[in-house]
Design a protein around this ligand. Structure first.
Ligand SMILES: NC(=O)c1ccc[n+]([C@@H]2O[C@H](COP(=O)([O-])OP(=O)(O)OC[C@H]3O[C@@H](n4cnc5c(N)ncnc54)[C@H](O)[C@@H]3O)[C@@H](O)[C@H]2O)c1
Ligand SMILES: Cc1cc2c(cc1C)N(C[C@H](O)[C@H](O)[C@H](O)COP(=O)(O)O)c1[nH]c(=O)[nH]c(=O)c1N2
Length: 174
């Protein structure tokens, strides 16, 4: 029996990349800069595909395009730091989102180290210093499951959300 399609519904087999991206533009997401450093070099990229997985053990997931300049270093070093941005970091997000060559990115921002040696952004809302516990490839991306070894937190900091293909500041109590 043919059921009527609800308004706006598209069967899965007809959803292409552009339709998926248009739909994803309706999801607001926090913006982070994910970094690494170690024997395989320093690298970083802007990420919105970051999610809490479990608190036992404390674990984040990060989805990284395997064609990204940061991919070889992050995959081989096996450590990463998720630095979640504030409303003051819009320009820094663009730097690590492809606007600046990879080797020049860290001259923007002030960086230190926590436990793993991956660069932690000094004025981030929060930094999660992690070791990569496991990973899995899905399509173009690698899903990194990252166990959190150390946290540096600025509870009063504002936030930065990417929604509708642009940045939006978030403020406490607003
Ligand atoms: N998860 C990702 O890999 C991801 C997320 C956001 C943006 N980007 C990249 O940043 C640039 C600007 O993005 P935009 O948001 O202004 O416009 P866009 O139309 O390229 O993307 C819209 C939304 O679709 C999703 N998306 C985009 N590319 C994706 C990919 N390759 N795999 C999975 N999801 C993806 C994201 O949620 C993104 O916000 C593009 O080159 C885009 O590919 C990648
Ligand atoms: C707001 C926003 C959010 C994301 C991105 C971009 C921007 C602007 N990019 C793309 C990623 O940052 C970009 O591909 C690289 O930094 C630029 O590629 P190269 O480092 O030059 O190869 C991105 N890439 C990825 O693999 N996973 C992600 O979650 C995101 N999220």
């Amino acid at each position: 029996m043919n059921m009527p399609m609800p308004h706006g519904f598209q069967p899965a087999e007809t959803v292409g990349r552009e339709a998926f991206r248009d739909a994803m533009a309706s999801l607001g997401a926090a913006v982070s800069i994910v970094t690494t450093d170690g024997p395989h070099g320093r690298a970083g990229f802007t990420a919105s595909a970051v999610c809490s997985v479990t608190d036992t053990p404390p674990t984040l997931l990060v989805c990284l395009n395997r064609s990204s300049s940061a991919f070889p270093a992050i995959a081989a070093n096996g450590v990463l730091c998720v630095n979640t941005l504030t409303h003051e970091h819009e320009a820094l997000s663009a730097v690590f989102g492809g606007k600046v060559p990879a080797e020049q990115r860290f001259s923007a921002g002030s960086w230190s180290r926590l436990v793993t040696g991956a660069p932690a952004l000094d004025d981030a809302a929060v930094s999660f210093d992690c070791r990569v516990a496991s990973m899995s490839d899905v399509g173009t991306h690698r899903v990194l499951f990252a166990e959190v070894l150390a946290i540096r937190h600025s509870p009063a900091a504002s936030g930065l959300v990417y929604f509708g293909r642009r940045y939006h500041p978030l403020h406490h109590g607003a």
